[in-house]
Write a protein that binds this ligand. Structure first.
Ligand SMILES: [Zn+2]
Length: 143
């Protein structure tokens, strides 16, 4: 039990570090940044962190705040504009398709979460709440 707790503490302080750098990279803490981070972490969980082998194809509306999602993806996965392994396609909602070797993962932000993120009064608070939810609460997942 003790070991479990210290592992959890370690993970949460690592998460705080990552979050602090992500906010520095992106400029602020918002729900769309966090959704991008969470989607990216899910891909990393499945495929490992391979910034040169992973590819992300993101479908979303090309306007703020939707596009904040892209920075979360770039930060968490290392799929970046600079390396050319992130692609953006205009479309409704927010969806990301990860391709890693012969494997794929598609995550679509749940309607309810998207609506809440767009209407949140306190963005930082809502973003922090999202950060602590499991990916299954945020995305519809397809392999
Ligand atoms: Zn933002």
């Amino acid at each position: 039990m003790r070991a479990l707790r210290s592992r959890a503490d370690e993970n949460s302080s690592k998460m705080n570090d990552i979050l602090r750098w992500a906010i520095r990279f992106h400029g602020h803490l918002g729900p769309f940044l966090v959704l991008g981070l969470k989607a990216g972490f899910r891909a990393v969980e499945l495929f490992g962190r391979n910034p040169f082998k992973l590819k992300a194809i993101v479908t979303l509306r090309r306007k703020l705040p939707y596009t904040c999602f892209l920075d979360g993806i770039q930060f968490s996965t290392g799929c970046t504009l600079g390396k050319g392994n992130i692609e953006v396609v205009e479309g409704d909602g927010i969806k990301v398709r990860f391709i890693y070797e012969d494997k794929e993962l598609t995550l679509r932000v749940k309607e309810k979460v998207l609506r809440e993120a767009l209407n949140a009064k306190d963005l930082e608070r809502y973003a922090s709440k999202l950060l602590n939810l499991p990916s299954s609460k945020l995305f519809i997942e397809r392999h």
